[in-house]
Design a protein around this ligand. Structure first.
Ligand SMILES: CC(C)(COP(=O)(O)OP(=O)(O)OC[C@H]1O[C@@H](n2cnc3c(N)ncnc32)[C@H](O)[C@@H]1OP(=O)(O)O)[C@@H](O)C(=O)NCCC(=O)NCCS
Length: 178
């Protein structure tokens, strides 16, 4: 990969989106058809990694939370699974602030070249060292085919309820690196 000509940009209304194919029609389509509208509507912010000719990867963020309701309101299980809890006498926390990776896609030509890991590492840094609001977890609704990738990045499953679903809710505790 020619790193000299690679840049990371935050998608703007006038950004020219260079060709991109990650092998997944929905993820490709979102970038070209929806990403600008989602940014304009303040729903998701999309970042693009590109060289002079192509989009190499993109990812986006939106605010999220992890809550005991994700585990059917089972607070004991939530505490055990998530491993953090403010005692009831101090107000108690039944949910925690998070950032969701809405989508993460690397172009077919660059897959298994380390870009996905770089984006996850960048995200971990963004929401600990450079965070502007409290954020305890990264979450992702991971596609079945990418579960192994997120496992390698240190993400865990919150519930077994979605074991058979097309996507699974996974989380990473940012406390591990702060
Ligand atoms: C999944 C994806 C984002 C990973 O990015 P990538 O740049 O290809 O992955 P990396 O090269 O950074 O891989 C980091 C590690 O994860 C492993 N890995 C990558 N994709 C994997 C997968 N789908 N399943 C299991 N392991 C995977 C790599 O082998 C590597 O392991 P290593 O550290 O032991 O060498 C990318 O392949 C992709 O965009 N796929 C298609 C779209 C998609 O599924 N997106 C996820 C939506 S939730």
């Amino acid at each position: 990969m020619d790193f000299e000509n690679i840049k990371l940009i935050r998608l703007q209304p006038d950004t020219e989106i260079l060709p991109f194919d990650c092998g997944d029609t929905d993820l490709n389509g979102f970038l070209f058809d929806d990403a600008k509208k989602y940014a304009n509507d303040l729903i998701e912010v999309t970042y693009i990694i590109q060289d002079k000719e192509n989009t190499l990867a993109y990812f986006n963020y939106l605010n999220d939370k992890i809550s005991h309701t994700d585990l059917d309101g089972n607070l004991a299980k939530f505490i055990e699974r998530v491993g953090v809890y403010l005692p009831k006498e101090k107000g108690g926390h039944k949910s925690y602030p998070a950032v969701k990776i809405g989508r993460l896609a690397v172009s077919k030509d660059c897959q298994i070249g380390g870009l996905g890991k770089m984006i996850i590492d960048y995200t971990k840094g963004n929401f600990t060292k450079n965070n502007k609001t409290g954020c305890k977890f990264i979450t992702v609704d991971a596609y079945r085919k990418s579960l192994g990738f997120y496992e390698k990045m240190g993400f865990q499953y919150l519930s077994s309820k979605d074991k058979k679903s097309d996507t699974r809710l996974m989380y990473y505790n940012l406390e591990a690196i702060s």
